[in-house]
Design a protein around this ligand. Structure first.
Ligand SMILES: [Zn+2]
Ligand SMILES: [Zn+2]
Length: 355
């Protein structure tokens, strides 16, 4: 069935083998005959209007023709591979992938941040990243036992919107005065606030991976989205791509939640207060746009004291996320130190008040 695969620009021009993307040279590379080939990098075009789901565009048809959707029978990950790639194992649990029934359900990615460094560099950066973590067991910190490092492109949607919010609220501020006898008194003043706030929310990112949750994703952010380029098949050669788990509409709800938090922060930053007594806001969203991106993530697995740990790393910046072993002894002494410091402060303030 060779002729069903289009003369694809990911096959080697001299020997015809499937090429792989090599981040360290930012080119496609043929392991068979050592030929390398450039990928044309193009700037990102306009974002999509929310109403236009891009299901039937030419780009989406090409994407569906050039890729196959696979599913992991063990952990349920949905994975996309280029048709030139040989059957692959699941990037999350290494089981063999099987064909998925979602064959033509996927829309094409718009943008991609290519991997910036290779697996070998990822292992080095991983060890460096761990040195910045607190409470790691010493033995682990000295030589982290990396079992495997695997690059996956994780799907995310980026949302833009102009917003107009009407808000009302009540803020409290505490004050302390000392009278002529040296007695301290605290009192609270209140301020009613209301108004209209306009904001321009840009590239609010929502992960839509089935394996990486929003919290794990937050730990490896930021991604520098200005480095994203137009998606090309070449960038995913040799890597796995995870299919988006939630639809654009579902992710838009999450994005609006994040935007609401951002807007609330913007509004409150204009006031001086200690506590928010009440805050109500209604927001209208206009000019809503979205873009579908793939971002690079390295998944690192290792065993320590019979336990398996998984950590994720940003494939653009090398930032290492959570999921590392903690030293109970170090945490105990850290907490003890703070308890002693706070107890000390209390004792000193009681002693000085007696003066
Ligand atoms: Zn070749
Ligand atoms: Zn799996």
């Amino acid at each position: 069935m060779e002729n069903t695969v289009k003369a694809n620009d990911c096959s080697c021009p001299s020997c015809g083998a499937a090429m792989r993307y090599r981040p360290e040279i930012a080119k496609l590379f043929c392991e068979n005959c050592q030929t390398s080939k450039d990928i044309l990098c193009e700037a990102l075009t306009q974002k999509h209007d929310y109403s236009d789901m891009e299901k039937h565009s030419k780009k989406t048809r090409d994407w569906q023709e050039e890729t196959k959707n696979l599913k992991c029978p063990n952990c349920g990950a949905n994975v996309v591979l280029n048709k030139l790639q040989y059957s692959s194992s699941c990037p999350y649990c290494e089981s063999n992938l099987v064909s998925s029934d979602k064959q033509d359900e996927s829309i094409a990615p718009d943008g991609i941040i290519p991997f910036l460094f290779s697996d070998q560099d990822a292992s080095k950066k991983y060890v460096e990243g761990l040195k910045k973590k607190w409470f790691l067991p010493n033995k682990f910190k000295k030589s982290p036992p990396v079992e495997s490092i695997h690059g996956v492109y994780v799907p995310i949607f980026g949302f833009d919107s102009q917003t107009t919010s009407r808000y009302v609220g009540r803020l409290a501020k505490d004050h302390t005065t000392t009278n002529s006898k040296g007695e301290r008194r605290t009192y609270t003043t209140y301020q009613n606030i209301s108004g209209v706030h306009n904001s321009n929310q840009r590239d609010v990112l929502v992960e839509t991976s089935s394996k990486l949750n929003q919290n794990q994703f937050a730990q490896i952010q930021p991604y520098y989205m200005q480095k994203a380029v137009q998606f090309k098949q070449g960038f995913i050669m040799g890597y796995t791509v995870e299919h988006y788990q939630n639809t654009v509409a579902e992710c838009k709800k999450v994005a609006e939640q994040i935007m609401m938090e951002n807007i609330k922060r913007e509004i409150l930053s204009r006031y001086h207060y200690d506590r928010v007594v009440s805050f109500d806001m209604s927001t209208a969203y206009t000019n809503q746009k979205y873009m579908y991106y793939l971002v690079p993530v390295y998944k690192c697995d290792y065993k320590f004291k019979e336990k398996t740990y998984t950590t994720f790393m940003n494939g653009q910046t090398g930032k290492v996320g959570g999921g590392v072993p903690r030293s109970g002894v170090k945490i105990f002494f850290f907490v003890l130190m703070w308890v002693l410091i706070i107890a000390g402060i209390i004792v000193i303030s009681i002693l000085t008040q007696g003066d």
